[in-house]
Structures are given as C-alpha cells and as structure tokens.
Design a protein around this ligand. Structure first.
Ligand code: PRX
Length: 642
C-alpha cells in the first residue's frame, strides 16, 4: 500500500539571478549534464572529482559494489587531515579556518597554519599515549575548538573517532565506548551551557569505571571546575600539547581505512555504530559542501549543529575545511544571554552562509521577529536547513525574516548513514518549493517504491530507497554486519532503504514525509504525520505541532495533535476547534485530529527531533514509557502527563 500525500504546497521560488551569476553552478543545464554523467558514467564522474584531492597513491578502481558492501577509490592512499589542512598551507595558510566563539563571548581564530600545528601536536600527543592507526578514540566534548582539533588528529593518524554528544550521561557514554572498545577518551573539565557548567569529566569518570579497554583520558581545561584526575590514567591536554612537536607527517592511509564511528539510535535496541571510511567520505562531503553551499574563499560559513552529530562532522569540520573555507563554531545556547544571540553573531562576524535545523527555526519563530529585526543580517547570502521536514510556513518565515526574501534556501535531506547530502537544491540552479528537498545530488539514485518493490507514480507516496552506491555511504554497522544488512538492505534486496516515506512530484521534486514508522492509518488513508503538522503550524497561534496516531475502534487509528503556542496565545476549546477545522480545510475531513492537546514543550531528542514514540504512548494512555534517556528535557514529559 502506498502513503497518501496531502500536501498542497505549490509556490516556486527561482534562484535570484544575482546569485546564479556568481555561483559555481549557474544553470539547470549544467546541473542536468553533470547529474546525467554521474549516473550513466559513475566511475568516470567520480574519478574526475577525486582528482581535486591529494592522493599519496591514486585509486585504481573507483567503486567495487557487492551489495550491501561498497568500496570506493580502491587502492588509493590518502589522508583526510592532510586534505583539510596541509593541502591549503601554500595558498591559505593565514586564512581563518575556524572562528570559534565561546558562550561568554571570547573569540579565538585559528588560521589554517595554526590549526595544522595544533592538529599535528594532538596527533603526536595521541601517539605518545600509545594510540595508533585503527585504535578507537572516544570524544566527549562540548563545542570547543579542541573537539575539531582532536577529530582531525584522529583522522591524521588513522585512529577511529567516535564522538559522543556532550548531552549524553554516563550510561550512554559507557555503552558507546564499550561497543567501540575505545582506548582513549578525550573530554573537558566542563562545558558552558546557558551560563552554567556541565561537568563532562565527571560523567566520563563514572562511565569508564566499566570500560576495560580505556587506558587514558585526555582532558581539556575549559570551565575550570573542580575535577578528579587519576594519576597515570588522566592527562591534561595542555600538558601533553606542551611537550610534543608541532610537526607531524601525515601517513598515507588506505582509501577504505575506517575514519569514524557515529552512534545513531535505532527505533529499538542498542544504538548502531555507523561506520564511515576515508576516501569516499572525503570526496562526498567536500563536493556537497562546495556545490550546495556554493562555498567561496571569502565566505564566513556557520553551521549551528553540534560536533556530536553527523552534521557537525560533515559540515562543520571535514567538508568546509577540505574546501579551504572559514567556518564559525559557537559554543553555547542560541538564547544566551538572550534570544538575539545568533543574529547578533551573524552581524558581528559577517556570516554569509547559515545552516540550521527546522526545530531551531520554529524556536526562532516562537521567540519572535523582533530579535532578528534588531540586527543587520545583510551579510547573509544563503540559508540551509537539515534534520527534519520543514513545514512551508517555517520555510517562508526563514526566507522572509532571516533571508530578506533574497537568499536561496537549501533544504538538504540526508542521514548519519549517508555521510553527506543526498537530496538538495543547488542554490544557483534549482527553483525551490517550500517543504521540498528538491532533486538528487550528483551520483545519487533515489527511487520511491511501493511495499511490493514496484515504483510509485508521480505524487504517490512510498518508501524512499537509494538503488546505487555513493561514495560517502556507511560501510557497515560497527561490529554487527548482519544488523547492517538487515536494517538497510533486506527490505529491497541490494537497495539501500532509508526508512523514510516520500513522494516525487510531477517535476521530479522529492517531498520527504518523515520516518515510515510514523505513518498513521486513518480509515484506510496512510498519512505521513509531517503534513498534518504542517497544516497546524500554518495557524497563526501555533509554534510547533507533533501529530501521532492512537488506536481507534472506528477508524483504525485516529490522530492526536500535541501543540505548543506562540507567545500571546493560550489554548482552549475555541482554539482547539479552530485547529481541527484548519486541518479539515487544508487537507480534508478524514485527516482532522480527534484530539488536540496544548503543551508548553514537546519531548525532543538532544538533536532536536520530536520523540513521537513517547507521544504515541501518551496518546494511547500507556503509563510506562520505557527508555527516555535520550530526552533533552525530562520535565516536558511530566507536564504532558498531567
Ligand atoms: O527522516 C529524515 C530526517 O532525518 C533523518 C536522518 O536523521 P539523522 O541521521 O539524525 O541525520 C540528521 C542530519 C543529516 C532522515 O531519515 N531528515 C533529515 N534531513 C531532512 C529530513 N527530513 C526531511 N527533510 C530534510 N531536509
């Protein structure tokens, strides 16, 4: 059975001519020609793209594909840190690589030369601690420059990093470190968040009492909070960095040398360690950064993600640096000291490209236009989003209020598993439609399939599948190749199943409807909840909405909407009726929620995704909600329960 798409969004925004004229890619014809080539002559296309990088030994075979296993740039020897740093020293040595801003306002600029020196030192320091190629290194840090330094240092020596988001607590850290069998953990005394110190080292101490493989910790001093240092095991970063050389020769690593493991929560069971390798990830993230952000040397590029997520890996650290770009990195919260922080920073640093998540945009909308209005945002030339379907109203707000109606928006669809962007506009080329991630990137072959494996018609919702390998794809699940096969390649033999529902419209544009686990069946209509949410958020009172199904005797499932309101509005029966009516008007009577519940906040993961599983249970009246450790703010649930 297919998934019914009820979105009726039809606005189209062509790229401004002034943008296209100066862009890397300027016309639809250019994109089409490159795209066709990338599909029809895959190896030829990628061989040419790979020539832009430094290879100690050139690849022999471009792609070996024995589903579900792919190898890219086989026989090639390279080094990702070399390509991000050493390669630029001759031409951009004194250019800012990372501009870092602390929550307290301190700013540190690291030029390519300085970053190179620090990465070399960190590489030497790790080698001194007995860490070498293939060893696993846990990184549990906040958004400090040392986090990027240590990631690059791992890439340099061939150690496999696994960054554990700084919001996770001891149990989650322990499970990840043990699954990866990490030898070293890099952390900091504490991290700043909304003016408070989050004690990171203390969490690591707790976790590693149960991690037999961990031999050392390396601790960055950031918050000056009191911590325990176990002699022999724990080392201060500044002590180690002071006694090692700033020179380090990057070794030639195999293209398929493992680069990092990043854990992503599955819907059930223990987190999956998604494994990415060197050459393919390098080429994929570099090329997407270049064309999707249209990166130029004079840009100040800001991605607001945390390095603990794939977006931080691919689009704060590796992709931008490999392009020789200047990336802004911010330590703290978006509303500290007030809700104008981001806009104040954009103005002060002259940010030209801004990449954030729909959940953040909805928060900006809730906080109100007055915050961005107080600042001069005219330096911005391009906006991006990632992480969830963006509802058209938020898209339009982003375009008008942040982008002055002039900046193209790139709505980029991708996953931890894909390593880099997959479905995305090219900003100088692709006319955009609010809520659509538009067209495939080079080398990406997406299909919308029905359950039986046949292809869906235009506008018929189905399952989003990628049927050809691409360079930055995950290689396996760490330590569990069978789970890799089962999870991603068993639904449709030999094809990568994304887990998302989507449709492709009459222009070939993709509209992602969310995880298929969230599809609700109301009276035989299978609906992606994102579209109903979008209809709700279209109402002037609504800041954010999450719609889930609950069992219903009459209709199979019925929809329950959880709604948070913008400042100045309060919930009540009248508004409830208005919202239900709004969905009826926009989508159809069958999609009207049977209940609307007003809330102060919605339960979210630490990466900002709404935890619909919990809402489903609440809607169905389940009292034991199971594992809630990935929740960002547990108090939200208590309020919803009342
Ligand atoms: O459901 C899609 C949604 O986020 C999922 C991937 O999550 P994660 O691995 O945490 O990576 C997030 C950052 C790449 C996808 O399966 N998603 C991500 N981007 C979009 C999106 N849904 C719609 N539109 C997007 N632009």
């Amino acid at each position: 059975m297919s998934i019914e798409s009820v979105s009726r969004e039809s606005r189209v925004f062509p790229p401004p001519a002034s943008f296209s004229e100066r862009a890397h890619l300027k016309t639809r014809e250019e994109y089409e020609a490159m795209y066709q080539r990338s599909i029809e002559d895959r190896d030829g296309f990628w061989r040419e793209q790979a020539e832009a990088f430094h290879w100690f030994e050139a690849p022999e075979t471009i792609c070996e594909w024995t589903p579900p296993h792919a190898k890219w740039f086989v026989g090639g020897k390279t080094n990702l840190a070399y390509n991000c740093l050493d390669r630029h020293l001759g031409t951009r040595g004194n250019k800012a690589a990372i501009i870092w801003e602390g929550e307290d306002g301190e700013v540190i600029t690291l030029t390519y030369r300085q970053l190179h020196r620090d990465v070399c030192r960190a590489a030497n320091a790790m080698e001194k601690l007995g860490v070498g190629a293939g060893d696993r290194v846990g990184i549990y840090m906040g958004m400090v420059p040392e986090a990027a330094v240590i990631m690059l240092a791992c890439a340099r020596i061939g150690a496999i990093h696994t960054v554990i988001f700084g919001g996770f607590a001891a149990d989650a850290i322990r499970d990840r470190l043990n699954d990866a069998e990490a030898k070293l953990v890099v952390t900091q005394d504490g991290a700043w968040r909304r003016g408070k110190v989050i004690p990171l080292k203390a969490q690591v101490d707790k976790a590693i009492t149960d991690c037999p493989t961990v031999k050392h910790t390396l601790v960055v001093k950031r918050a000056q909070n009191e911590i325990d240092m176990e002699p022999g095991r724990d080392k201060w970063w500044h002590d180690m960095m002071a006694v090692v050389s700033g020179k380090h020769e990057a070794p030639a690593l195999d293209s398929e040398h493992p680069l990092f493991i990043l854990y992503t929560s599955g819907t059930t069971g223990k987190p999956k360690g998604v494994l990415h390798t060197t050459g393919g990830y390098m080429v994929g993230t570099t090329l997407t950064s270049k064309y999707v952000f249209d990166l130029r040397d004079e840009d100040v590029y800001w991605c607001t993600a945390d390095v603990g997520w794939i977006t931080g890996h691919s689009y704060i650290v590796y992709g931008p640096l490999s392009n020789g770009a200047t990336a802004l990195m911010y330590e703290g919260a978006p509303n500290h000291p007030d809700e104008g922080r981001f806009w104040e920073m954009i103005e002060r640093h002259g940010v030209t490209i801004f990449y954030t998540a729909p959940t953040a945009i909805r928060a900006f909308i809730k906080w109100g236009e007055r915050w961005p209005m107080e600042h001069d945002l005219t330096s911005l030339r391009l906006l991006g989003t990632v992480g969830e379907p963006i509802n058209p109203e938020a898209w339009i707000w982003y375009r008008n209020v942040i982008g002055r109606g002039e900046c193209p928006i790139v709505d980029t669809w991708w996953q931890t598993e894909t390593g880099g962007m997959m479905l995305t506009p090219i900003p100088g080329v692709t006319p955009t439609k609010p809520g659509s991630c538009t067209l495939p990137f080079f080398g990406v072959s997406p299909k919308i399939l029905r359950e039986d494996g046949t292809e869906a018609e235009a506008n018929e919702g189905g399952l989003l599948v990628i049927d050809q390998p691409w360079p930055s794809m995950l290689r396996t699940v760490w330590g569990d190749d069978e789970r890799f096969r089962q999870q991603y390649f068993s639904k449709f033999e030999g094809k990568y199943f994304t887990g998302d529902g989507a449709r492709r419209d009459e222009d070939g544009y993709f509209w992602v409807m969310g995880r298929v686990d969230d599809v609700v069946n109301v009276s035989g209509h299978r609906l992606g909840t994102a579209e109903v949410e979008s209809a709700l958020v279209g109402h002037k009172a609504v800041a954010e909405a999450a719609v889930v199904g609950r069992p219903d005797e009459l209709t199979g499932q019925s929809l329950v909407a959880f709604v948070t309101l913008k400042g100045g509005f309060s919930g009540g029966d009248a508004l409830k009726a208005e919202l239900i009516d709004q969905v009826g008007q926009e989508i159809g009577k069958f999609a009207r929620p049977s209940d609307v519940r007003f809330a102060d906040g919605l339960p979210k993961t630490r990466s900002g995704k709404i935890m619909r599983r919990l809402l489903k249970q609440l809607a169905a009246g389940v009292t034991d909600l199971g594992d809630t450790t990935t929740l960002e703010d547990a108090s939200v649930l208590d309020k919803l329960r009342q």
